[in-house]
Design a protein around this ligand. Structure first.
Ligand code: SAM
Length: 251
């Protein structure tokens, strides 16, 4: 998977991709992350990337020309005819559709390339959303100062779902929101010490009974979901057993 990040602050990305699983994925050639300075796709003397909004109002807006030039140049530069997977051109925007685990899984499975456009200021000239990108994506219902942090979140979430990126010890199968966990939250995790300040871990987890542990985890995941994210239950694809459990818990 190749990620191209377009930004007016390339230095922003110094560090975040240099640790842990993402660093290892880069070193092993499973992913490539390229950072591009939007200013290098301008043709004027001062490398202007923003301008005042038509119609008046506060703030500045990122101009369309450098963004179109950059995306078109990046796509032309690396077109691989033998590549059956797709390229996504993503505009990060609080007005986009919400990014979810299921979406990260689709990008990881069906795409070989993501170009991520990081907005700033009041945002990006709307013609980018209308005529250039394949996806307009938000990472949540709040407004950040720029698209760099959302871009990092997407690179991270997609990368960990690529084949062989996670070691078996950190498999994504049971993660919250995953198809495997029926779309529910993950079960609670505990480690040593078994007794910390008088708070003991659930006895079943140190019992050695794998079947009982599995049952406890299923129940605990449901409990946690009901408590923290009841909205997920409506969309969850639960087994009959989980459904019965849910009815028992909520009664
Ligand atoms: N005026 C815009 C609005 O209210 O919709 C907000 C612009 S925001 C200050 C500047 C840039 O940050 C956006 O163009 C976008 O790239 C990025 N951004 C901010 N919040 C975001 C979010 N929740 N998800 C994705 N991108 C976001």
């Amino acid at each position: 998977m190749r990620f191209d990040l377009l930004t007016i602050f390339p230095e922003f990305f110094t560090g975040p991709f240099d640790f842990g699983i993402i660093r290892r994925a880069r070193q092993q050639g499973m992913i490539e992350i390229l950072i591009h300075d939007l200013r290098s796709f301008t043709f004027d003397k001062h490398h202007v990337v923003d301008d005042r909004p038509f119609g008046g109002g506060d703030g500045m807006v990122l101009k369309p020309e450098p963004i179109f030039h950059a995306v078109e140049a990046l796509i032309a530069e690396n077109r691989r005819d033998d590549d059956s997977k797709r390229a996504a051109v993503v505009l990060l925007s609080p007005q986009g559709r919400l990014f979810r685990q299921s979406e990260a899984a689709v990008f990881a499975r069906d795409y070989s390339r993501m170009i991520l456009i990081c907005g700033r200021y009041e945002g990006v000239d709307e013609r980018v959303a209308e005529h250039l990108v394949t996806d307009e994506i938000s990472i949540g219902d709040y407004v950040l100062t720029g698209g760099e942090i959302p871009a990092m979140a997407i690179v991270d979430a997609v990368t960990r779902l690529l084949p062989n990126v996670l070691g078996s010890e950190t498999s994504a199968e049971h993660d919250s929101f995953s198809a495997h966990s029926s779309g529910l939250l993950d079960y609670p995790h505990y480690t040593r010490p078994a007794d910390f300040r008088g708070w003991r871990v659930p006895e079943v987890l140190i019992s050695g009974h794998h079947g009982e542990v599995a049952k406890w985890r299923q129940r605990a995941a449901l409990h946690k979901t009901i408590k923290m994210r009841p909205d997920l239950l409506e969309k969850a694809s639960m087994t009959d057993e989980e459904d019965d459990l849910k009815n028992l818990i909520t009664e």
